[in-house]
Write a protein that binds this ligand. Structure first.
Ligand SMILES: Cc1cc2nc3c(=O)[nH]c(=O)nc-3n(C[C@H](O)[C@H](O)[C@H](O)COP(=O)(O)OP(=O)(O)OC[C@H]3O[C@@H](n4cnc5c(N)ncnc54)[C@H](O)[C@@H]3O)c2cc1C
Length: 436
């Protein structure tokens, strides 16, 4: 019998408000530990991998836990939106990967270069071979900048080009470009890629924040804003899409449906979009670029991806409820790399943790795990400085508010803004420590 873990109705953001102080300061009740000599390798020390290393280190005695990640900095990516809007400095999102990891977990500061799921081994970029009994793939995703012809990351912050998904520094450079644009005026283009993406609300947030910035400066009348949507909707959950459509109407933001960015000409300031009727060009003075997103090459080359779904993207072929690989039962996915229909948010990562922990520990103990992931995805959808909508939903597009009847999800509220601006980072940090 499966046991849905989100049954508590308290989502990631519910945790923020309800128990934030406690979470940040109090160690959780000690769960039972298991003795095992299992070799567990975790690929990626981002939101998912770091949190899992902390959780599992508490639950296992005698196991060898190795985490592999070549990036020394840990990035709190939900902060990138705030940086790109000039509300936080780049340093707001940066900490050191090693500082989050518990004693007893070995960090290999290299990337995984190859995974052999048959031999059960990983080879790092430095050539080290790591044999595993259990593998947790938490590599996140890659941003395919090369797919946007004419763009290169050294253009970020110049020529009216912003790309806050890239890094904390790029988010800060993107703010400088937006600040200059909203002083001067002209045509602004926003939008999202056609692939699955992390935080599908983030392209909308930056659009709303740009509009708000121009309104506050008194330059809104000099600015045209177009939002290029990859299909005929503005968000994957129909009721939210409709709400965004209405807000766009109120705020004078023009949607361009079925427009997928494929190229820019920075000199001529022209963007080319693929549409069902062929390519079309739009002029811009400012453009925010969010490229297609895919599983990292190492995952795609290991034969771990779905063969019949997302074939251009390569997400890991896992069971949508248990996050266990469908062909290699000793492999699990946590985070953005998981090939499931929803859930590429840090909030979802929080709910991946207990599910994978349950199934992994049960397997080690020779039992069957029972926990399930219901697709919980959350996005505090900022609509202006000081206002946001607390959007939380599941695999079935049901809205699953953490505070039903208290915080209505489709209303622009100050409290929902506080969730994003204040509470989210503390909750995220508690998750990293394995405490939430
Ligand atoms: C602009 C923006 C705004 C966002 N806003 C929100 C929000 O408001 N709320 C929310 O919940 N989520 C938000 N997110 C999404 C959230 O940040 C991600 O969903 C979350 O970080 C996913 O965690 P992860 O562990 O899967 O990946 P990550 O946190 O990206 O970590 C992946 C790690 O894997 C490492 N790695 C990559 N390749 C390899 C390899 N080959 N070998 C070893 N390691 C590797 C990387 O270096 C990285 O450290 C936002 C993201 C962005 C970009």
């Amino acid at each position: 019998m499966s046991r849905p873990l989100a049954a508590s109705r308290r989502g990631f953001l519910g945790l923020s408000a309800a128990g934030l102080a406690a979470l940040a300061t109090t160690a959780p009740a000690r769960a039972q530990t298991i003795r095992s000599t299992a070799r567990i390798v975790i690929l990626g020390a981002g939101a998912g991998g770091t949190a899992f290393a902390n959780r599992i280190a508490r639950r296992l005695e005698g196991a060898t836990i190795t985490i592999v990640d070549g990036r020394k900095e840990h990035w709190y990516q939900p902060g990138f939106t705030l940086i790109a809007a000039g509300l936080k400095p780049a340093s707001y999102s940066v900490s050191q990967t090693a500082d989050w990891l518990p004693e007893g977990v070995n960090l290999i500061a290299e990337h995984a270069a190859a995974i052999d799921p048959v031999a059960k081994s990983v080879t790092t970029t430095g050539g080290t071979r790591l044999d595993y009994d259990y593998l947790i793939v938490a590599t996140g995703l890659v941003l395919d900048w090369a797919a946007i012809e004419g763009f290169s990351t050294d253009l970020i912050g110049k020529e009216g080009i912003s790309a806050h998904y890239h890094s904390p520094e790029a988010a800060a450079a993107s703010f400088r470009a937006l600040d200059a644009f909203t002083d001067k005026g002209g045509k602004a283009l926003f939008g999202r890629p056609a692939t699955e993406m992390k935080c599908a609300g983030a392209p909308l947030k930056i659009t709303f924040l740009a509009e708000d910035m121009a309104s506050r400066k008194g330059t809104r009348g000099k600015i045209d804003i177009t939002y290029a949507a990859q299909n005929k909707t503005l968000f994957g959950v129909p009721i939210v899409s409709e709400k965004v459509r209405m807000l766009f109407g109120d705020r004078g933001i023009v949607p361009a449906y079925d427009h997928v960015l494929k190229a820019i000409d920075p000199g001529a300031r022209l963007a080319t979009y693929a549409t069902p009727d062929g390519d079309t060009q739009l002029p811009y003075d400012f453009i925010n670029i969010i490229p297609p997103q895919r599983a990292p090459q190492v995952v795609r080359e290991a034969g771990l991806s779905w063969a019949d779904k997302w074939t251009d993207q390569g997400w890991l072929e896992v069971d949508m409820k248990t996050l266990r690989h469908l062909r290699y039962p000793e492999i699990f996915a946590i985070g953005d790399v998981a090939g499931v229909p929803k859930g590429k948010t840090a909030a979802s990562v929080k709910w991946h943790q207990p599910v994978v922990e349950d199934h992994l520990l049960a397997q080690i103990a020779g039992k069957e795990g029972t926990a399930t992931f219901n697709g919980y995805t959350s996005c505090p959808l900022i609509t202006r400085v000081g206002r946001a909508m607390l959007i939380e939903f599941d695999y079935n597009n049901n809205l699953v508010p953490s505070f039903p009847g208290i915080i209505p999800p489709l209303e622009e509220l100050w409290i929902s803004w506080l969730m994003k601006e204040v509470a989210l980072k503390a909750t995220y940090n508690a998750m990293l420590r394995g405490d939430a």
